[in-house]
Design a protein around this ligand. Sequence first.
Ligand SMILES: Cc1cc2nc3c(=O)[nH]c(=O)nc-3n(C[C@H](O)[C@H](O)[C@H](O)COP(=O)(O)OP(=O)(O)OC[C@H]3O[C@@H](n4cnc5c(N)ncnc54)[C@H](O)[C@@H]3O)c2cc1C
Length: 383
Amino acid sequence: MSFQLNDEQKMIKQTIAKFLEKEIAPLVEEYERAEKPITKEIVQKLVPFGFLGGLLPEEAGGHGLDYTTYFTMIEELSRIWPSLRATVGLSNSVLTHIYEYGTEEQKAKYLGPLLRGEKFGFFALTEPNVGSDASSVETRATFQGDKWIINGTKIFITNGIDGEIGIVIAQTDKSLGNKGIASIIVDRSQSSYQSKQIEKMGTVCCPFAELIFENCEVPRENILGNVGEGLKQGLKFLNSARAMVAYIATGIAQACVDSSIKYVKERNQFGKPIGSFQLIQEKISEMLTLTNAMRLLGQQASSLLDEGKQAKVECSMAKYFATDRVLKVAEEALQIHGGYGYTKEFPVERYYRDIRYFTIAEGTNEMQKLIIGREVLGISAFV
Ligand SMILES: Cc1cc2nc3c(=O)[nH]c(=O)nc-3n(C[C@H](O)[C@H](O)[C@H](O)COP(=O)(O)OP(=O)(O)OC[C@H]3O[C@@H](n4cnc5c(N)ncnc54)[C@H](O)[C@@H]3O)c2cc1C
């Protein structure tokens, strides 16, 4: 296992950083202040680099990247614009599921528009009464005539407003428990449901929504993989998603460090730059150390995934450590900026808001600790 990026990965990281700083960074403040949703045109600027489908093989329209390279690109995108990362992330997740489990017809119909950023994807699992315990999903899909009829409510669905190709997790047979859950592709151009935006604290240019399905008709051929395997399919990607979250947190932590280093050299108090005070230097060194530790745990997890290992414990460790410690980094960045840190004149208040939700999403941090405990002790505290 290497703790360094190889030459090609370093080159990709530099190229991406240069592009994002030139083409994307100038858009961020205007969009974030006005809470304008990310547009397709913005997402399409990222397409040539492989942000959509980077992990898919080239013959499927992807870039054939390994996890470490792709997540390093995601770290850079998170450093520049977390809302854009979230928009792209959900589309990427949907296309990955369709590539992995879809029929040739489903791939031919849906992969192209998602890979080209012409349509956004959403993934709808969470419900008003169903969060950490995903197996208790209440949304029902019943087969009638030659269609699936979906009834139920999904909540906190990223890209739920602008997304046009969704994967909805629904129960088809309650008596089968975990094995009675299916994934269904819901295509907005052929199925009707309501979406209502929910206001939130951060990543405000990537809205999330409540989706209400009332006798929503979906063609029979939209079932993804086998009926009964909906939950199993989602679980397959959870480990890699958790490793990726560690890179997202690292990107935002790095943005906090960069802003703070610049500020402490420019801001003068008591006749000298505040960076000359020992207490400020202590904060900078702790922020930098934590950021490096997050990156290393993320790299450990992604290198194991690249070796074909499941790395359950390492992915959960990386996710929970990084999303927990980035809050300390973001808080110190705000403190270093003094009163200005609490204003919209500097980006640090946004970094704090944008990363806050990741102790909750992709499996809460409490659940990560229970997963690590289960793997180490052989005793599950939650099933
Ligand atoms: C910004 C954002 C974007 C999201 N995007 C999506 C999306 O695109 N699609 C989607 O389906 N969902 C999405 N979610 C939902 C997210 O996945 C859920 O919020 C998450 O799974 C937690 O579920 P919950 O909110 O119902 O909390 P709950 O599961 O009700 O948990 C509440 C608290 O209880 C704790 N808890 C629960 N069970 C246990 C236990 N056994 N032991 C100890 N503590 C426990 C949790 O850790 C948490 O602290 C998003 C959420 C956010 C905030």
